[in-house]
Design a protein around this ligand. Sequence first.
Ligand SMILES: Cc1cc2nc3c(=O)[nH]c(=O)nc-3n(C[C@H](O)[C@H](O)[C@H](O)COP(=O)(O)OP(=O)(O)OC[C@H]3O[C@@H](n4cnc5c(N)ncnc54)[C@H](O)[C@@H]3O)c2cc1C
Length: 365
Amino acid sequence: MGSLECDVLIIGGGIAGLSLASALAPFSSVVLVEAETTLGYHTSSRSARQLIPSYGPEPVVDLTRRTLDLLADVQGSTGLALTVPRSFLLIGSAADVEAKTTAGMRTLSHAEALELCPQLRPESFEAAAIDPDCVGTDTDLLLEFHRRSASDDGVIILTGAPVTSAVYDGEGWNVRAGRRGIRAGVVVDAAGAWADGVAELCGVRPQGLVPYRRTAAIVGAENAPRVGTPMVAAADDSFYFRPDADGVLISPSEAEPAEPGDAQPRAGDVERLIRRLDSLTTLGISSIRRSWTGLRTQRDTGLPIVGFDAGHPGFFWLAGQGGYGFQTSSAIAELAVVLLTGADPADLGADPARTAGAEAALQPA
Ligand SMILES: Cc1cc2nc3c(=O)[nH]c(=O)nc-3n(C[C@H](O)[C@H](O)[C@H](O)COP(=O)(O)OP(=O)(O)OC[C@H]3O[C@@H](n4cnc5c(N)ncnc54)[C@H](O)[C@@H]3O)c2cc1C
């Protein structure tokens, strides 16, 4: 098979790689390679599908708010239902809720919280707060939107094409991905849990990224909350649940270090959470319809890594999105376009001061 040439080669076909591909396509020639035969196969098909503007450190909050604006623009121009209203209700002890109540959230009385989620047993929480700006998102639709808009703008997307070697000759990269050879000016590492491994393959120093397991399940419940009612999360990070078209989505919110790979639920994890939810709620969970585990990968600062590697002019990081990969996706892609092309943020409709702040906060170590 012949070789390909491009300005930018994106490694990884999850939300990070695909959202950059669609944002960058008008400016550069782009090839995206994905190791699996299906785009979004790993963490990007395993999320809770929630965009929570009050969640995360300050740079993440800024990126989330910008992403919500950008998605609203897409929604307005395409008519695609990328987001749906779904607020975020935090419950727990008074101390835990106070510690987690950030700007943009509002404290609720016990009665107000119960009105929003009557399935909570009154004695199961002391205090509550709400993020009313939080929305749910259709991640499949979002991935497909980016795939289609990237393809329409000329991006070549190869699946079943794992990058196995990459050599820089001072002017560009010679990369082997599956059976294809690719010549690229810049390599973007959007390889999720594998991002440090891809860096090493390219001869670049890793960033100390750690993948953390998180499991979720869709369960059947006799007293399921109505679609459109809030996602409910424990302020001590011990569980969350939310209504879903197929039942109720539940998660034990675990964050255990793991190796990169096709993570799977462990026997007993979901059952233990169901017993806990039975004691805290009147959901009446009756069956496990499906369950999955994904890897949320981040560095010790908890912030994504976006920018050229300090020691390698041809290597660009787009990794470490942790539990914020969807809610920050469009803003991170926008920042990456600015850094990769030298475009003026104002020309993209972005605030130059905020863009500079994000660049500083997210730069590789
Ligand atoms: C249970 C759970 C709930 C979550 N809930 C939310 C949420 O509500 N909101 C939110 O914003 N985020 C959430 N997240 C986090 C979010 O899903 C991730 O941040 C995001 O999906 C990461 O996307 P990514 O593109 O970086 O990684 P991935 O989707 O893992 O994509 C990386 C891709 O790179 C490919 N790759 C690796 N090595 C190579 C190679 N050598 N060659 C070619 N390709 C390669 C992989 O096959 C993979 O497809 C959740 C995560 C989990 C697990």
